[in-house]
Ligand binder design. Structure first.
Ligand SMILES: [Cu+2]
Length: 115
């Protein structure tokens, strides 16, 4: 009888690849997308409409009965604004309804445009 020889001839050459695949460089597509922080410092411009109540050309101010301003959570009210450019006052007549834009500047509100 022959002894069946089990030849464990399985010479498995396990090729262990070095894990260099992970070294594949990933390029960040967002690398150039960072926003300049300066844009945040810019004052917001608000829009409202209202009726001209009073004009003070000497002071460069105007009193407006304006409608609600959602961005500022303002109800409708009558209040004074200063104007950025006194030339804007030329567009204003007491009793006239206007659409205007304004910015917050310190403790006052400044009309920057009148339509
Ligand atoms: Cu107001």
């Amino acid at each position: 009888m022959k002894v069946v020889m089990f030849v464990a001839a399985a010479s498995l050459v396990i090729q262990t690849f070095p894990a260099m695949v992970q070294a594949a460089e990933t390029q960040d597509p967002h690398a150039g997308h960072h926003m300049p922080s300066e844009t945040k410092a810019q004052a917001a411009t608000y829009k409202a409409s209202g009726v001209v109540k009073k004009i003070d050309a000497a002071k460069g101010s105007v009193t407006l009965a304006h409608g609600p301003v959602a961005e500022l959570k303002w109800p409708a009210m009558t209040m004074g604004f200063t104007v950025k450019d006194k030339a804007l006052l030329e567009k204003l007549v007491v009793g006239k309804k206007i659409d205007f834009e304004f910015i917050e500047q310190g403790k006052s509100y400044v009309v920057t445009a009148v339509k």
